[in-house]
Write a protein that binds this ligand. Sequence first.
Ligand code: ATP
Length: 210
Amino acid sequence: MLHFSQFEKSYFDHLVLKIDNIKLPEGIFWIKGSNGTGKSTFLKAIAGILSFKGDIAMGTVYLKNHGVSYRKLVNFAAAEPLFPEFLSGTEMITLFAKAKGAGAGQAEILVAEMGMQGYINNPLGSYSSGMLKKLSLVLAFLGKPKLILLDEPLNTIDAESLEILFRWINEKHKKEKISFLLSSHQPLDELKLPGLKQINIVDKKLTLNF
Ligand SMILES: Nc1ncnc2c1ncn2[C@@H]1O[C@H](COP(=O)(O)OP(=O)(O)OP(=O)(O)O)[C@@H](O)[C@H]1O
């Protein structure tokens, strides 16, 4: 599903992560590692929002050579999403839906399931951190991705929304073969996400525990 070749990410001369040649199969993966080991860096590089050495491919679609097609296949939700405060949730969704080629009505269903109709037309400057997080999750599910990257998706959302998120992940994986990479400091378990596989980041390297 995802192929790393000669991947290296440094900030200035500080090497964070080095992956010589790894192919990740389809699946739901939990990226584990202590603070500062490079989980967010890893996810942002795969999302195509950080520069790095080497390349990453989704099947035969290479991030560096086929940037537009690649970014339609890979969606990302940041740990602490930042959005322009003057836009409304609906306006952000309209922008993302167009960029990601979302089908008619897809966003409305996601917004309704997350119970966001009451505030979705309000400016984002008025949203709480949990409301912003839920919006970022809705945006990450728009379009027809093959891979969804969720950085600390459990943070700040309430228990009810968490159950909906787990259902979305399981349904998308089962019915549409969408893969997920999730980073989380809180425990994730196989009861909520059947088939969950673990990847550890230790000493600037990936260790696949499956
Ligand atoms: N923009 C940046 N400029 C310089 N160094 C950075 C930058 N972003 C991250 N780093 C460094 O890269 C390393 C990995 O950071 P990253 O945020 O990816 O870790 P993380 O595993 O997600 O951490 P946490 O669990 O605390 O969220 C850290 O040493 C951090 O200081």
